[in-house]
Design a protein around this ligand. Structure first.
Ligand code: 4AD
Ligand code: MG
Length: 430
């Protein structure tokens, strides 16, 4: 029986109780041993009275080390000083796996904790973050189901880039070289012609050299593609989706969010208020106040987005970026082709971009001229161009960075605090 059930069992009747878990802390006080036992649901204080227990049992209690796995039997008592107000008085113990000296006891430096990530994931901080993460993934899928979206999968080995050649990972592929995908978008565009609304949850890979608190080289990407819609519809869809995910996570994970230092009241505006929408040009004017040297047509980097969103309490939707700073697949605005019909969603409180999105170029001529403008070799994209030859339709889609979204919701200082095994420029162990 898990620890979460202890309080319930206690409120029903006193009596003998069995449980199992790992020893998180152990201390010796006046002939008594106190264990803090943990499992996936929480922690409970257990106490062994060495003077009254049978010698063999007290011997086992003394032997059990931090992170040993144990079975315990005992009686439950109310104790105000114990976490949860309940204490288990041990009557018997069985050590299942005796732990060697646990290496995480003194050194808590960031680098060290990343080196022992395979053990650090047991900490309550990590456990809470992973529970929040899992709920974010669930809530995303739940929303997609409500919108009649079908889940599909694209390949991870691909022949071309989506988001610029600078961040491509090359992989030997027999006697050839291929790339790790930067985005499943083009494959979703393909699948849309078969299944209508489609989505995927998959890793995307970027050879990011920037050492920021929001970049991973391997991140989890939720991507969506919808036929027959344009910029306005995709933006409305994203707003409803972000609201749903945040609301669900707050409802289901309030305890974990609080423990991580997120006051859930801060997320209420995102759930209740309409998100602000601004064109790139308006946002640029705001950004220029802080960064006067920003030129017209400049892209916003981490620094700028942090500043723009620092004091906001809901996400900001930025539309109509200059065509020159966005990939070829974005559709030029028919009213002014110097801009594209795209949008980013920036999370508030300085977290910055969580969604990259827009209407797609769906006419062949428009697409190939955008590609030529960017000096792209059309050959590897023949199949993608083909989509514009056989019954093309207007369509739009987006990519949501699930790690970034989770990091904002949980208010963690770094994106790697919400993923079990972060991959960054210098980190691929464990
Ligand atoms: O803005 P991006 O590059 O857009 C695309 O990849 C589109 N092809 C998606 C689509 O339309 N289907 O990436 C989308 C999102 C970003 O807004 C960000 O949240 C996340 O993916 N992202 C990263 N997250 C963590 N580490 C990185 N290095 C990331 N790069 C992008
Ligand atoms: Mg982007």
């Amino acid at each position: 029986m898990g620890l979460e059930k202890i309080e319930k069992a206690f409120s029903q009747k006193k009596g003998e109780f069995y449980t199992r878990g790992w020893i998180k802390r152990k201390r010796d006080m006046k002939g008594k041993l106190f264990f803090l036992l943990r499992d996936e649901t929480g922690e409970v204080q257990c106490v062994a009275d060495l003077e009254t227990l049978d010698k063999k049992i007290s011997g086992e209690c003394l032997k059990a080390t931090i992170e040993s796995s144990i079975y315990l039997k005992g009686e439950l008592y109310a104790d105000e000083r114990a976490p949860g107000g309940v204490e288990l008085r041990i009557s018997s113990i069985e050590i299942v796996g005796l732990a060697e000296d646990f290496p995480i006891q003194k050194d808590f430096s960031t680098e060290y904790l990343l080196d022992v990530r395979h053990l650090w994931v047991r900490s309550s901080k990590m456990r809470d973050a992973f529970k929040v993460r899992a709920t974010v993934f669930d809530a995303f899928r739940e929303f997609m189901k409500e919108q009649d979206c079908t889940e599909v999968q694209g390949p991870m080995f691909v022949g071309g880039m989506v988001e610029g050649s600078m961040t491509l990972f090359k992989v030997p592929y027999f006697d050839k070289t291929v790339f790790l995908t930067q985005s499943s978008q083009f494959y979703l565009e393909v699948m849309m012609y078969s299944l209508g609304n489609v989505y995927t949850i998959a890793p995307s890979f970027r050879a990011e050299k920037s050492k920021t608190t929001r970049h991973l080289t391997e991140f989890w990407h939720a991507e969506v593609e919808l036929p027959w819609v344009g910029l306005k519809e995709i933006v409305d869809f994203e707003e409803a989706m972000v609201k749903h995910i945040v609301k669900t996570t707050v409802e289901k994970r309030e305890k974990e969010l609080k423990a991580l230092g997120r006051n859930v009241e801060e997320l209420a505006p995102t759930i209740e208020k309409k998100f602000q929408r601004m064109r790139y040009d308006e946002v640029l004017e705001i950004a220029k106040k802080k960064f006067p040297h920003l030129k017209s047509g400049a892209d916003f980097g981490e620094k700028e987005e942090r500043e723009i969103t620092r004091k906001m309490d809901t996400p900001l939707i930025v539309t109509h970026y200059p065509a020159s700073i966005k990939p070829f697949y974005h559709r030029p605005d028919p009213e002014n082709p110097a801009y594209v019909l795209c949008n980013d969603v920036l999370a508030p409180e300085g977290y910055g971009e969580i969604i990259g999105s827009g209407e797609r170029t769906w006419k062949e001529e428009e697409l190939t001229s955008r590609m030529k403008e960017q000096s792209l070799d059309l050959k590897p994209y023949k199949w993608y161009i083909d989509l514009r030859k056989y019954g093309s339709v207007p369509h739009a889609g987006f990519g949501l960075g699930l790690d970034r979204l989770t990091s904002w919701i949980a208010k963690t200082g770094h994106i790697r605090d919400v993923i079990p095994f972060p991959r960054t420029m210098n980190r691929y162990y464990p």
